[in-house]
Every structure is written in C-alpha cells, then in structure tokens.
Design a protein around this ligand. Structure first.
Ligand code: SF4
Ligand code: SF4
Length: 123
C-alpha cells in the first residue's frame, strides 16, 4: 500500500522526503515547474515501494504508511496523492482542487501550526 502525505505538509513543504525517496515518486520536486504553485507534495501510489524512508525524514510527521492508517480527517488527501501526476496540468489541478477543499473543510487544523497538526489528526 502506498504512503500518503497529509496536511502538516501544507505550510512546510521543505522536500526533505524527496531527498530520501529512492524511486523519485514524491512530487513536485523543487526543480519541477509546478513546485511554486502547489499547496503540498504528493506520493505516486503506483511508484511508491513502501520503503518507509520518507517517514522519519519529514519534520512534521505528515506521512502515513497506507491509506488505511491515514486518519479520518485526512482521507480526502489519499485521493489527492493518487491523482497528482508531475507534468500533467489537469492532474495537478485535480489534486490541488481536492487539497483546497480539504483546507476549506478543516479550518480547525489549518489554524494549528504545521508541526502540531499531526497530533491534532487524532482528535
Ligand atoms: S515509502 Fe519510500 S518509496 Fe514510498 S514515498 Fe516514501 S521514500 Fe518514496
Ligand atoms: S518532508 Fe514532510 S513536510 Fe517536507 S515536503 Fe515531505 S511531506 Fe511535506
């Protein structure tokens, strides 16, 4: 099962996970044109090899190890990770639309500092 990036990445987006991923399945990278405009990063579900390297690299605990382990409040972002495709404008827009819906639906979480958001997921 693929790993899933969730909302502590919003406002952090430091790409530490990109630097450790052995299969380059986390996008956008800083050198991709979509980077500036995207709200967070996304993991390609078919390319992720479930190695787990990204989890300890993330400074804000944004990454869960499967869709099943992703908290209820973050479930829509499972789909955002799934639809994002680097270099595909329509897919990027689709993922970002889901993420923006998540932001609007979870003002409570967005009001929490990114580093504290993962703790708030369980609440
Ligand atoms: S689990 Fe491994 S392959 Fe999957 S996104 Fe994380 S670092 Fe990349
Ligand atoms: S390491 Fe965490 S916060 Fe940084 S880009 Fe990756 S998922 Fe986002």
């Amino acid at each position: 099962m693929p790993f899933i990036i969730t909302d502590p990445c919003i406002g952090t987006k430091d790409t530490a996970c990109v630097d450790v991923c052995p299969v380059d399945c986390i996008h956008p990278r800083k050198d991709e044109p979509e980077f500036a405009a995207t709200t967070m990063l996304y993991i390609h579900p078919e390319e992720c090899i479930d190695c787990g390297a990204c989890v300890p690299a993330c400074p804000v605990t944004a990454i869960y190890d499967s869709p099943e382990s992703t908290p209820t409040s973050q479930k829509e972002l499972v789909e955002a990770n799934a639809v994002y495709r680097a270099g595909d404008a329509a897919a990027v827009a689709a993922a970002e639309a889901i993420t923006q819906q998540h932001v609007q639906a979870h003002a409570d979480l967005m009001a929490v500092a990114p580093a504290e958001r993962a703790v708030a997921h369980a609440g």
